[in-house]
Design a protein around this ligand. Structure first.
Ligand code: ADP
Length: 151
């Protein structure tokens, strides 16, 4: 087995890695929280994106760094502004499920130009109801890449 064969074997392995094995804990916030709360949480948890959930813990929105920066621009009362006004809302959220692969996740992040995907379990597709189980970020993919290459 030569170097090329090993590399292509590793690539195939990489494509098969399941989201369920690589997902990180989701960082969530109540959708009724303010932009101020979201900024504090972003720093406390040291993440780039947080997920907004409703009273039942179901996915309601995504708030990224850029959303928070935008909300603070030219907005005097941004600290009291509810995140539900500025978040990317259902049904526009790009999600991934446990059984999908890291390759699926990587493709979605590139195709939709986002840095993170909530890992969800479908509760009711018709009403866009999903439970949040975790997150896959570009960091997840980078870490897996190193791991698969044995670095
Ligand atoms: P950043 O704002 O730090 O560059 P992103 O590139 O992930 O982070 O976010 C860009 C925009 O896409 C933001 O408006 C954000 O709300 C939205 N976004 C982020 N992740 C998702 C996702 N999984 N599905 C839909 N929209 C998302």
């Amino acid at each position: 087995i030569n170097k090329d064969m090993r590399t292509s074997f590793q690539s195939v392995q990489a494509a098969r890695q399941k989201v369920s094995e690589y997902k990180a804990h989701p960082i969530v916030i109540q959708k009724s929280a303010t932009v101020y709360d979201a900024i504090v949480q972003l720093f406390l948890e040291d993440v780039g994106t947080i997920y907004a959930v409703d009273e039942n813990g179901h996915l309601a929105g995504v708030i990224s760094r850029k959303d928070l920066l935008r909300a603070t621009l030219g907005n005097k009362n941004h600290e009291e502004l509810p995140i539900s006004i500025i978040m990317t809302r259902m049904p526009n959220i790009v999600m991934i499920e446990q059984g999908e692969t890291l390759l699926d996740a990587a493709k979605k992040m590139i195709d939709f130009q986002v840095d993170s995907l909530p890992v969800v379990k479908e509760i009711d597709k018709g009403t866009h109801t999903y439970a949040v189980l975790g997150r896959i970020t570009k960091t997840t993919i980078t870490k897996a890449y190193l791991e698969i290459l044995g670095q």
